[in-house]
Design a protein around this ligand. Structure first.
Ligand code: DGJ
Length: 466
């Protein structure tokens, strides 16, 4: 009985202590929880703050480059009047378009599109305007010769902390192999220039020369070698060059591969092929953060692009290939990545004549890719509709300033291809894309890619160490 009586009280006191124990445990855990929550909040908030600070300061650095600069030019009236008979037959002479003027060797606007030697950018001179990029002016190397690196691309070599610019050496006579064929220059080879500051370029010579005598060789001077690009392979320690290889009529439509143990060559030419049995004309290669590399090429009469991962040694394509931008007729692809999104700039297909650039974006490099509009900002409408009278060739990230890139393009000079010019402009990723009207939970999916026109610009101070 006692026990019986006791039990409840014992039970009660047990229950009481259990109750106070669990209350205490609850309070302790609650306290620990609160501390942890405050801690996590602090970490997150701190990271947010850091990110915002970085973004804000990035924005301040790039603000000047994102200023919209207008460009005015007047197309001169048509030269010479038509005779009354010609007017009757063919109507009055149509005013020339900006493209007509651009392509006309005798145009009064020629010095506007291709400024003369007097205005050349010369790294040997220094002065106030040193380190400034002047799109389309003649750009001299450290020996005082015009840089010959057309359709080019840049490799940053981690080992030597040096930039290497590879491109087509077109320092030969421009001629037409056939009456209706495109203007051409015989293959001379791939030039390489080195620089620490992206402005002062030292000529490292021709790292892959054309072939003078063997007519059956891909690099025989009568063929076509365009858009060479080089990647460093971390696994093999080799520098691998990919390029567009063709015959004078552009019917071979292949890619070529060369290899070197040094960024300054000599490169050993390995072979050419039509990847996956498809035509390949304008092309580029891209190395992702995980070391995987990809070939992107215009195919099927330039009506679509193909993306294919390269093998681990970068010497071939794998068997995987995806068709992208099908039916969009784009060429001159150049690929870059920002905050886990892949971007591409392409041109239309109008030979050496300029046309409108388009930007494209994708979550995965293998697609799907979406077209997000014309990236060109500033200048004037004609400038924006013609990619500033130039054609994309490469986009170089500035690792110190995430979101800031250099857009590299060629202003081709079809009557005198060796005198084609370089149009380098700042490219930023941010803000809202104009297209497409695709929404993800009410937010536009893609950021805007903007290429800002500037007559003269320079990289932000300290861009390397930012
Ligand atoms: C446009 C291409 O982008 C250039 O690389 C070159 O192949 C020309 N066509 C030739 O007309």
């Amino acid at each position: 009985m006692r026990n019986k009586h006791r039990k409840p009280s014992a039970y009660c006191s047990n229950a009481g202590s259990k109750y106070s124990l669990s209350l205490l445990t609850f309070i302790i855990w609650g306290f620990v929880g609160c501390v942890l929550m405050i801690h996590f909040y602090h970490i997150i908030h701190h990271n947010d703050q850091e990110e915002t600070e970085v973004k804000l300061s990035n924005h301040m650095v790039t603000r000047e480059l994102e200023e919209v600069e207008e460009e005015n030019f007047q197309i001169p009236p048509p030269r010479g009047k038509r005779s009354p008979r010609a007017v009757l037959r063919r109507g009055p002479r149509k005013p020339p378009t900006a493209i007509d003027e651009f392509l006309d060797e005798a145009s009064d606007m020629r010095p506007f599109f291709f400024p003369g030697r007097r205005n050349a950018v010369d790294p040997r001179k220094g002065g106030n305007y040193s380190m400034h990029f002047y799109p389309a002016r003649i750009w001299l190397d450290t020996d005082g010769n015009p840089i010959q690196a057309h359709g080019g691309g840049i490799l940053f070599d981690e080992k030597s902390e040096t930039y290497y610019w590879y491109g087509e050496n077109k320092d030969g006579e421009t001629y037409h192999a056939h009456k209706k064929g495109a203007a051409r220059v015989d293959i001379i080879g791939v030039s390489c220039y080195s620089s620490k500051d992206l402005w002062t370029w030292k000529n490292e010579g021709i790292v892959l020369p054309g072939e003078e005598t063997n007519i059956t060789h891909d690099l025989h001077k009568s063929n076509v070698l365009e858009r060479p690009k080089v990647l460093y392979n971390d696994l093999t320690g080799q520098y691998i060059m990919w390029m567009h290889i063709d015959d004078a009529n552009y019917t071979k439509a292949s890619v070529g591969v060369a290899i070197s143990s040094s960024p300054t060559g000599p490169f050993q030419y390995l072979y050419s092929k039509q990847p996956h049995g498809f035509e390949s004309r304008d092309m580029t290669i891209f190395k992702d953060d995980d070391g995987k590399a990809y070939l992107i090429y215009s195919s099927v009469d330039n009506s679509e692009l193909h993306v294919s991962p390269l093998t681990d040694d970068y010497l071939d394509v794998t068997r995987v290939v995806r068709r992208i931008l099908v039916g969009q007729h784009r060429e001159a692809p150049t690929l870059f990545k920002h905050e886990r999104t892949y971007y591409m700039i392409t041109s239309g297909c109008t030979g050496w004549a300029p046309n409108q650039a388009l930007a494209h974006a994708a979550d995965k490099i293998m697609g799907p890719w979406e077209t997000i509009g014309n990236p060109c900002v500033g200048g004037n409408k004609v400038f924006r509709m013609t990619t500033f009278f130039a054609q994309s060739t490469f986009v170089l990230p500035l690792p110190g300033i995430p979101g800031l890139f250099i857009f590299m393009a060629d202003r081709w000079n079809p009557p005198e291809l060796r005198d084609s010019r370089y149009v380098w402009l700042p490219l930023t990723v941010g803000g809202l894309a104009d297209e497409p009207l695709e929404y993800n939970f009410g937010f536009p999916l893609w950021s805007r890619v903007s290429i800002y026109w500037h007559k003269r610009w320079r990289l932000p101070q300290g861009w390397r160490t930012w």
